[in-house]
Each structure stands twice: as C-alpha cells, then as structure tokens.
Design a protein around this ligand. Structure first.
Ligand code: HEC
Length: 139
C-alpha cells in the first residue's frame, strides 16, 4: 500500500515537472515571437494579413480607399503602384514621418493627415505594419 502511494506520488511529480518545462518552453516561444521585429513577423504570417484587413475596415480606411477606384482617397492599387515605384514606406507615412507621395495636393493631404493626427498615431507598431502588409497585398 505504502509503496503504491509512493509510486503514485512519483508519477504525479514526474507529470507536474514535465508540465512545468512545457509551459516554460511555450512561454519562451511566445516571448521570442513578441520580441521579433514586426516587419519580420508580418511577412511570414497570414494572421497579420488578416489583422490588417480587419483594421482597414474597422479603422474606416475603406471608406476613403477602395482597391480599384478612387473614392475620396486614391485607390489602394494606385497607392501601391507609387509606393513600389518610389520605394516608399507606408508605415513611415502613417506615423507622420514621411510626406505624402501619392497625392500631394494640400487639400487631399489635409484629409488624410486628419486621420493620422486623429487616431492613426495611436495604433501600435504591429497594427501599422499589418495595415501596410494588407495594403501591399492588394494586387
Ligand atoms: C476621410 C478619408 C480618408 C480616410 C478615412 C483614410 N484616408 Fe488615406 N488618404 C485619403 C486621401 C484624401 C489621401 C490622398 C492624400 C495623400 O496622398 O496624402 C490619402 C492617402 C493615403 C495614403 C498615401 C499617402 C501618400 O504617400 O500620398 C495611404 C498609405 C493611406 N491614405 C492610408 C490610409 C489608411 C491605412 C487609412 C486607415 C487607417 C486611411 N488612409 C484612411 C483619405 C483618407
């Protein structure tokens, strides 16, 4: 009787300690992912594409930017074309760090800038990268 209790105890100990290591490993993996630069994660992850697509709708970008046609702002395809041609960086533009290169008409720039000053600046680096990945994926 005593012996089986001891064995049970050992087995339980074994399983718990195994569980602990597993958890530790998973935690480490999660931390590694979180530390990776957003731009690197984005390229490999469909999640980012999905997040970008979702943000593009929920953050109202889609109201002014349609894939093919100019609505209030230039179409996503037109933006992509110019950003590719000129080697632009959408994230830098959204952060307000680089000037408009697609439509430089001051009135138009002011409309977009109102969004940046209003709420785009509060998006995380991850969210901005996701938006950029989504926009670039529209072909
Ligand atoms: C109220 C309308 C409106 C909304 C909402 C809007 N934009 Fe714009 N956007 C514009 C206009 C107008 C331009 C053209 C002026 C310009 O190029 O800066 C523009 C231009 C851009 C450009 C090109 C900038 C350049 O280099 O010329 C990007 C990239 C962009 N928008 C991304 C976004 C994203 C991402 C969102 C959502 C977070 C968004 N826009 C929401 C109106 C809007």
């Amino acid at each position: 009787m005593k012996k089986s209790v001891l064995i049970l105890g050992l087995v339980a100990f074994f399983f718990t300690s195994c569980g602990e290591t597993k958890k530790e490993e998973v935690k480490k993996d999660v931390e590694a992912v979180e530390e990776a630069p957003a731009s690197e994660k984005v390229k490999t992850s469909d999640d980012y594409l999905a997040l970008g697509k979702e943000l593009f709708t929920t953050k109202t970008c889609v109201t002014c930017h349609q894939p093919d046609v100019k609505v209030i702002g230039p179409s996503i395809k037109d933006i992509n074309k110019i950003y590719t041609e000129k080697g632009g960086n959408i994230v830098a533009f959204l952060k307000g760090e680089s000037p408009a290169i697609v439509d430089t008409d001051p009135g138009q720039v002011a409309i977009m800038k109102a969004n940046i000053d209003g709420f785009v600046k509060d998006l995380t680096a991850e969210e901005l990268a996701a938006l950029s990945v989504y926009m670039s994926s529209v072909k």
